[in-house]
Every structure is written in structure tokens, then in C-alpha cells.
Design a protein around this ligand. Structure first.
Ligand SMILES: O=P(O)(O)OC[C@H]1O[C@H](OP(=O)(O)OP(=O)(O)O)[C@H](O)[C@@H]1O
Ligand SMILES: Nc1ncnc2[nH]cnc12
Length: 172
């Protein structure tokens, strides 16, 4: 059965601030068959690249990366916002369509030479995923792929990650 995934994305103008058309993945997550089918496509992409570890940024990167990690039997490490991760961490700052922030990763999250998939729900300006990739590479990980549910093509986030293999389910 082929699924029209676009039917499971809700669009909200002027959220969280004027001028932003927010693409919400909640309807996709709320339908078990659709969430699983979307996850399966990313699992296939990751298996083709012999992924050994997954890293995703807070918060929606967890929603995409964790079921893929579970299905593949590999680890998942969260890249988190300020004051969320205890212990020794590394930091990268970044900007997005509507925020300026930093992400942190545990220094033990990734082993040097490990093949890492970086996941998020949506690629917009690419600031978030670029910071996540920099964190992984600082630890010596090899980013063998980036995977999203949605790419907002007008915001040209792909330009920031053109050196990396890329998967997206949907484009707007
Ligand atoms: O490509 P970019 O311009 O960086 O934008 C994409 C990022 O923005 C959203 O996260 P947000 O910062 O809203 O955090 P959240 O997942 O905690 O809601 C989204 O989930 C991506 O992580
Ligand atoms: N337009 C958008 N919709 C949903 N999440 C986003 N993150 C950044 N831009 C977004």
C-alpha cells in the first residue's frame, strides 16, 4: 500500500510567529501505520549506509531518530538544548528561522570512526542540523547520512549540508 504522507502534515500560518508557515508532523505521528511506514523508509536509507549510531536534535529529532535506532538495534544519543544534559558535553551554537540557540552532546556519545545518521523532523535553514553534524564530527564520528520527514526547499538548508547523503520524505 502506498501512503500519501502529505495528507498527514498540518499547516499553520503565522506560528510560532508572524510570517512562519508551520508544518506540523503530529497527524503523521498520531497514525501508527503512517508513523511506521515513514520510519521504515529511513531505516532502509540507514541500513544502506551501515549506520552504527544515530544522533538527533531536541526535540523533534528524537521522534524521528529513536524508532529508527530501535528497529536497527543501534544506539541513539540526543543533542540537547542548554542545561538539559548532565556530565561532560560539547557545545555548538546555531540560528534558525525563528531562534538563536546552542546544542550540546555528551562527549561519550559517539566513538571516533563510528558511522552516524543524523535525524530531524524538518530541514528549514539548516542551522539545527549543521550544528548537530558539527557536534558529531568534533567527536570523530563520520556522518554517513542526514534524514528528515520534511524539507522546506525555499529556505535552502540543503546548501549547508550538500556534502552529506540526504533523505527526505516530503518537500514543500
Ligand atoms: O533547519 P532549521 O532552520 O534549523 O530549522 C529546523 C529545526 O527547527 C525545529 O526545531 P525547533 O528549534 O523549533 O525545536 P523543537 O524541535 O524543540 O520544537 C525543527 O524541529 C528542526 O529541528
Ligand atoms: N516552518 C516550520 N515548520 C515546522 N517546524 C519548523 N522549524 C523551522 N521552521 C519550521
Amino acid at each position: 500500500m502506498s501512503i500519501d504522507f502529505s495528507k498527514y502534515i498540518a499547516s499553520y500560518p503565522d506560528f510560532p510567529e508572524p510570517g512562519v508557515l508551520f508544518r506540523d508532523i503530529s497527524p503523521m505521528l498520531e497514525n501508527g501505520d503512517v508513523y511506521r511506514a515513514a520510519t521504515d523508509q529511513i531505516v532502509q536509507f540507514a541500513q544502506d549506509r551501515n549506520v552504527e549510531m544515530i544522533v538527533g536534535p531536541e526535540a523533534r529529532g528524537f521522534i524521528v531518530g529513536c524508532p529508527v535506532a530501535y528497529q536497527m538495534g543501534v544506539g541513539f544519543s540526543p543533542a540537547r538544548k542548554k542545561n538539559k544534559l548532565p556530565g561532560e558535553t560539547i557545545e555548538e551554537s546555531y540560528g534558525t528561522e525563528y531562534s538563536q540557540s546552542s546544542l550540546y552532546l555528551r562527549t561519550n556519545a559517539v566513538k571516533p570512526g563510528q558511522r552516524v545518521l543524523v535525524t530531524d523532523d524538518l530541514l528549514a535553514t539548516g542551522g539545527t542540523i549543521d550544528a548537530t553534524i558539527r557536534l558529531v564530527e568534533k567527536l570523530g564520528g563520520i556522518v554517513v547520512g542526514t534524514a528528515f520527514l520534511i524539507e522546506l526547499t525555499e529556505l535552502k538548508g540543503r546548501d549547508k549540508i550538500k556534502d552529506y547523503d540526504f533523505f527526505t520524505l516530503l518537500k514543500y
